[in-house]
Design a binder for this molecule. Structure first.
Ligand SMILES: Nc1ncnc2c1ncn2[C@@H]1O[C@H](COP(=O)(O)OP(=O)(O)O)[C@@H](O)[C@H]1O
Ligand SMILES: [Mg+2]
Length: 329
C-alpha cells in the first residue's frame, strides 16, 4: 500500500493528521499533502494548532493570526493565534458580567480573577481546541489537514474520552466560575437577581459543541492519522511506544511515513565521504527493522533533500516524493 493509494481508496477520510516527535517532518508533510490534494482539484485547508507554528516559514508567507489565507488555488492555510483567542474569551466574560449584573465597568475584583484564570496553561489548549472546532464545524473544504503539535496533543485531539473529559471539565469550571462571579457580584451590588437562563444557554451551547466536535474529531471513518518517523533507533522505540498508546486509546493509525532516507547514490557514487556511507548503512538497518515492525503499514519512504523544505518549488518536490507510487519500495 502506498500513501497515494490510501487517499484514493479512502476518499471519505477528510481529516488528515501527521503525528510524531518535533522536527521529524509533520509540518512539511502537512503542507506537501495539502499541495498534492489541492493540485488534484480538492479544496484543502491546512491549519496549525502549534503555538510554534511554521506554516508561515514553509509557505514563505506571513499568515500567523490572519485567518484563512489562500496560498495557491484550492490551497488555504491558517495559523491559529491562541493568545488572541484568549483575549476574546476575556472580552466575552467581561461582557457577560456587564450584561448579567448591569455593571458600568467590570469590578477590579472580578477583573483580577479573569486575568488569573487566563494565565492557566489549560487556557491555551482550550483556546486552540475551540478554534479547531470552529474551523471544522464551519465546513467549506474537502480536506482538513491538522498540523499537529507532538504526540500527547494528538491523542488529546483524537481520543473520544479526552475530548469529552475536556469539555466536561470546562462545564464544571464554568459553573464554578459563574458561582464565584455571582458571589462576588452580590457582595458588590446587593439585590439584583441573576439571569439564570444566560448560564443555562451557555451550557447548552457548549453541550451542542461537544457532540458536534466529538463526532467529527473522533470519527474513525473520516479521520486519517499518519505517524512520521526517521530511520534512527530512538525514534523507532518512541514510535512503537506511541503506537501502543494509540492502540490503547483506540485511535486508528492509517500508516507510517519514513522521512529523511539517504539516497542509494551515497553508496554508488564515488567520492562520497565515509561518514555518509556509514550513516547510510545505519539507516539500512533501521529501515529493515521498520519494515519488519510495521510491515505493510509503511506507506512511503521520503528521501533526505539537499536543503530545508520551504517555498512552493520544494513543497512540490516533497509532494512528489511522498505520493510517488514507488515510494514504498
Ligand atoms: N526530507 C527532508 N529533507 C530535508 N529537510 C527536511 C526533510 N523533512 C523535513 N525537513 C526539514 O526539517 C525541519 C523540520 O521539519 P518540520 O516539518 O518542521 O518538523 P515538525 O513539524 O515535525 O516539527 C524543517 O526545516 C524541514 O524543512
Ligand atoms: Mg511542526
Amino acid at each position: 500500500m502506498s500513501l497515494a493509494r490510501i487517499f484514493e481508496e479512502y476518499p471519505e477520510r477528510r481529516y488528515i493528521m501527521f503525528g510524531g516527535k518535533g522536527g521529524l517532518g509533520k509540518t512539511t508533510f502537512s503542507a506537501a499533502t495539502a499541495y498534492h490534494l489541492a493540485s488534484q482539484g480538492h479544496r484543502v485547508l491546512v491549519f496549525s494548532v502549534d503555538p510554534q507554528a511554521s506554516l508561515s516559514d514553509i509557505f514563505q508567507r506571513d499568515i500567523f493570526g490572519k485567518g484563512v489565507v489562500e496560498i495557491i488555488p484550492n490551497l488555504f492555510a491558517q495559523e491559529i493565534d491562541a493568545d488572541r483567542r484568549i483575549r476574546e474569551y476575556q472580552d466575552e466574560i467581561r461582557q457577560k458580567i456587564l450584561d448579567m449584573y448591569g455593571f458600568e465597568a467590570v469590578p477590579d475584583e472580578i477583573e483580577s480573577y479573569i486575568q488569573a484564570a487566563s494565565a492557566e496553561p489549560a487556557m491555551e489548549e482550550s483556546a486552540i481546541f475551540d478554534q479547531v472546532v470552529d474551523i471544522v464545524v464551519a465546513g467549506g473544504y474537502d480536506y482538513y489537514i491538522y498540523d499537529l503539535v507532538p504526540l500527547g496533543h494528538a491523542l488529546y485531539y483524537l481520543s473520544m474520552a479526552s475530548v469529552y473529559d475536556e469539555w466536561i471539565g470546562r462545564i464544571t469550571a464554568l459553573r464554578e466560575e459563574m458561582r464565584e462571579y455571582e458571589q462576588m457580584a452580590s457582595r458588590i451590588q446587593r439585590g439584583k437577581p441573576v439571569k439564570e437562563d444566560q448560564i443555562l444557554n451557555e451550557l447548552q451551547y457548549i453541550k451542542n459543541r461537544i457532540s458536534t466536535s466529538a463526532s467529527i474529531l473522533t470519527d474513525k471513518e473520516k479521520t486519517a492519522f499518519f505517524f512520521v518517523l526517521v530511520p534512527e533507533e530512538m525514534i523507532l522505540i518512541d514510535t512503537l511506544n506511541a503506537a501502543r498508546l494509540f492502540a490503547k486509546y483506540d485511535v486508528p493509525i492509517s500508516g507510517y511515513i519514513v522521512n529523511r532516507v539517504l539516497p542509494d547514490l551515497v553508496m554508488t557514487e564515488s567520492g562520497v565521504p565515509d561518514y555518509l556511507r556509514s550513516r547510510y548503512k545505519m539507516q539500512s538497518e533501521y529501515l529493515k527493522k521498520i519494515d519488519t515492525t510495521f510491515m505493510d503499514q509503511v506507506l512511503s519512504r521520503v528521501p533526505e533533500f539537499e536543503r530545508d523544505i520551504t517555498g512552493m518549488e520544494m513543497i512540490k518536490r516533497m509532494a512528489e516524493a511522498m505520493f510517488n507510487e514507488d515510494a514504498t519500495t
